[in-house]
Every structure is written in structure tokens, then in C-alpha cells.
Design a protein around this ligand. Structure first.
Ligand code: ADP
Ligand code: MG
Length: 319
């Protein structure tokens, strides 16, 4: 998917059944990309972004995805906001020129940011239409991977597979519908070393999504900036090195991980604590801590997260 490897796994499945699932999922990914990719000029989203405020017809599943995205924007107070596209452009330009965007440029881009500028009509079965208030554009990069994972799991389940896994670029979605589910051991990436591990998480179901800084982001005049932008200020987020978030729904997990990066330690922690069915591991920049970072784990994951020895001293004992 867009250069990211996609892995599908099934346990105790008939190889022929699994082969058909893989083929159908491949076709599904191609179809979704032809709708959602902002890198393809002919995609539905690209056409919508150029439509100048006129409604563009969309399929039922796209109505569903846009409603999930809007709900995530609402529940995070706009920290997740798929209308940050023009801001992303401003920072990409900055990376090219080596000069930070001016206040005026950011203000101009911010004028188009806001989920209330996206109007979705219709329903999840028959489809509908989307209209954007100019100059707003949509970019679903912060939710797409989780959405694709959900679609993969749904295909495995529909084929009768009782234990399955989908992985997209390090983000996972798993389930075990057997009477006695066994946990999956999921490696959480070391934020300082994409090849290494921060720890291992055991879960029987749901999505585990990590948002961080890794290899993506912008270098502007010798400084490195995160590729996640704060829709409130228009600037790249700072303060959290990585967030790994667990919740049942993959698309929501992806969006909320991005949102917690925006909210930062204090607000992000408060958000996860008050939101039922959402758990997280946060790696907080902290010059006073070993390795310059503190690891906080919400109560629901404490018995499930095993930190790597190299990071053990960074685990916040109060969490
Ligand atoms: P990754 O898994 O690569 O870290 P994320 O799920 O964190 O990706 O999403 C990052 C992408 O989301 C960015 O590349 C951009 O397309 C988009 N994005 C950036 N900031 C926001 C935001 N505040 N809300 C929604 N999407 C965002
Ligand atoms: Mg995300």
C-alpha cells in the first residue's frame, strides 16, 4: 500500500481459502488507494480537493471512513484533523527551501483547517457526496493505515478464519475468536532505533498503532520537525517521542495515536485516561531521564507490556 508492505496472517486456515482472501484484499487495497490516495491525481480524494466546493459522489465505505475521521476529530477536540493538508504543504515547502513558513503563510493555511468545513451526506450502504468549504482539502494519511488494517481483518473474519493478523508498516490489528484466545506478542518499536524494540505487548484483540518521528518528518534549516502538525498552531508537534495506542477499531487507533502526539504528555494522558477502551504507551522527551525519555503506560496495559532491559530504567514508576 503506497510503498508500505502489508502482511496478512491466518491461523488454522485452509490455504486455498487464505489465498482467496489475500487476492480479494489486494484488489480491495487497490480500490481504496484509487479513492483515498492524495498522491494520485485521479483519486476521488484528489478530485474532491480540486472540486472548489462542489459536491463529489463517494462510495458507502468512504462515507463510513469520513464519519469515523470526523468522530475522531470531535473526540480529540480537533487534535486529529484530516484537513491539515495545506499546512503539510507549507512545511514540505519549508523543507525544500530551508526556511520556516512565515506567520502569514501559516495563518493562510490555517484558514482552511477545521473538520466542520467537511460536509458528508448519504449513508454507509448506498454512498453519498462530500463537499469541502474552499480552500479546505482532505488528507487521510493519519487514519488510512488503520482503516486498511480493519478491512483486512474483516476479510479474514468473513472467510471464517478464527485467529488473524494484519500488519501495515508496523501498525497491527489482531483478533482471536476461538473459545480460549491466546495473546499475540507485539513488538513496540524503539523510537530511537527503528530496528530495535522498546518492549513487547500482549493483546488478544484490537489494534496497536504507533505514531512517532522515526524516519519521516521535515528538515528545515538543519532542524528536524515531526510530520504530525498541531492543527491549533500550524506547527510540527514536539514533546512526545512516540505514542503506541491500543483500541479495538484500527482506524480510530491510528487517528487517536496521531491525536495524542498533538495533545502532548499532559493532555494526551488525560485524554487516554478518560476515554474508555483506549490505552497507550507514551515515550515522553525528558532530558533528566535515562536515555532522555520517560515511558508511561496506562493501567490497562501495565500487566501486558514488558519493557526491554535497555529501556527499563526509563519506565516511569508512578504510571
Ligand atoms: P505514521 O504512522 O507515519 O507516524 P500517523 O498515523 O502518525 O503516521 O499520521 C501522520 C500523517 O497524518 C502525516 O503524514 C499527515 O499526512 C497526516 N497528519 C499530520 N498531522 C495531522 C493531524 N494533526 N491530524 C490528522 N492527520 C495529520
Ligand atoms: Mg495515525
Amino acid at each position: 500500500m503506497g510503498g508500505i508492505p502489508v502482511r496478512l496472517r491466518a491461523w488454522d486456515a485452509d490455504p486455498q481459502v487464505f489465498g482467496r482472501v489475500v487476492e480479494a484484499y489486494r484488489a480491495e487495497i487497490e480500490r481504496q488507494e484509487s479513492i483515498l490516495s492524495v498522491h494520485r491525481a485521479g483519486s476521488t480524494l484528489s478530485r474532491l480537493n480540486r472540486a472548489g466546493g462542489t459536491p463529489v459522489p463517494v462510495a458507502g465505505d468512504t462515507v463510513r471512513l469520513l464519519r469515523i475521521a470526523a468522530a475522531c476529530a470531535a473526540e480529540t477536540g480537533g487534535a486529529f484533523d484530516p484537513t491539515v493538508g495545506p499546512l503539510l504543504d507549507a512545511w514540505k515547502e519549508a523543507a525544500r527551501t530551508g526556511v520556516e513558513p512565515s506567520a502569514a503563510r501559516l495563518a493562510q493555511a490555517l484558514a482552511g483547517v477545521g473538520i466542520d468545513r467537511v460536509h458528508v451526506e448519504g449513508d454507509e450502504r448506498d454512498g453519498g457526496a462530500v463537499r469541502l468549504d474552499p480552500p479546505t482539502t482532505l488528507d487521510l494519511g493519519g487514519i488510512a493505515k488503520g482503516w486498511f488494517a480493519d478491512l483486512g481483518l474483516a476479510r479474514l473474519r468473513d472467510a471464517g478464519v478464527r485467529r488473524g493478523l494484519v500488519e501495515l508498516g508496523g501498525d497491527l490489528a489482531v483478533y482471536d475468536d476461538r473459545p480460549r484466545p491466546e495473546p499475540f506478542r507485539i513488538g513496540v518499536r524503539d523510537p530511537d532505533d527503528p530496528g530495535g524494540l522498546l518492549g513487547t505487548l500482549r493483546v488478544e484483540r484490537g489494534s496497536v498503532v504507533t505514531s512517532g518521528d522515526y524516519e519521516r518528518g521535515y528538515d528545515v534549516g538543519g532542524r528536524h520537525y515531526n510530520h504530525i502538525l498541531d492543527p491549533r498552531t500550524g506547527r510540527p508537534v514536539a514533546g512526545l517521542r512516540a505514542v503506541t495506542l491500543w483500541t479495538l477499531d484500527g482506524a480510530r487507533a491510528d487517528a487517536l495515536a496521531t491525536a495524542v502526539m498533538v495533545l502532548g504528555e499532559r493532555e494526551g494522558w488525560a485524554f487516554v485516561e478518560r476515554t474508555a477502551g483506549v490505552e497507550a504507551i507514551m515515550v515522553v522527551d525528558d532530558p533528566a531521564a535515562p536515555r532522555g525519555a520517560r515511558i508511561r503506560v496506562t493501567p490497562g496495559l501495565r500487566g501486558r507490556f514488558e519493557v526491554e532491559p535497555a529501556w527499563a530504567a526509563s519506565l516511569d514508576p508512578s504510571t
